[in-house]
Design a binder for this molecule. Structure first.
Ligand SMILES: [Zn+2]
Length: 170
């Protein structure tokens, strides 16, 4: 991992914490996640993109926007998997319910999302995601972050630039 990537991702995680918190509010859980993430980055122990997605999920959970993926977020029927996420209710929708205000994702991405909501951040090094799944989760989580918090992380724009830059190189 290049120093620039490390720096950009670290800045992004800090910005995300800043964005999701109200002024003067303290949230120990968020702080703990941030320390864990920095530890993993420093030890070069994880795929940083996977860490960033897992971190976003933890942030959403810690601030009251947890995903509901085990049950349909509309009819509460048990779900083993789904290919549709409601952006309104931040959860999976079963095949019998109406699919509005949401987005289709692959079953692989849904299952990865479900797994990431449950695994502790310090165990994220065990997770391997395909490029396509990472891309899907990135899109979904950016929408939810933008929708739930008032500001959009600026470092996301730097990311897009970096990603294009990397893709040009290969
Ligand atoms: Zn349903």
């Amino acid at each position: 991992m290049s120093d620039l990537d490390t720096l950009t991702y670290s800045a992004y995680l800090c910005e995300l914490v800043d964005i999701c918190m109200q002024d003067e509010e303290s949230n120990r859980e968020l702080f703990k996640h941030l320390v864990t993430a920095f530890y993993l980055i420093k030890n070069n122990a994880v795929d940083i993109e996977t860490l960033a997605r897992a971190f976003e999920i933890k942030i959403l959970q810690a601030t009251g926007y947890a995903f509901s993926l085990d049950y349909c977020c509309i009819c509460r029927k048990k779900l083993t998997s789904s290919n549709y996420i409601s952006l309104q209710y931040s959860g999976g929708v079963c095949k019998d319910c109406m699919r509005v205000n949401g987005t289709y994702i692959s079953y692989a991405a849904y299952n990865a999302l479900k797994y990431l909501t449950k695994v502790p951040l310090e165990n994220i090094y065990r997770v391997t995601l395909s490029k396509e799944v990472k891309r899907e989760l990135y899109k979904l989580l950016s929408i939810l972050i933008e929708q739930n918090y008032f500001r959009k992380p600026k470092s996301l724009e730097i990311f897009n630039y970096l990603t294009e830059f990397h893709e040009d190189k290969v």
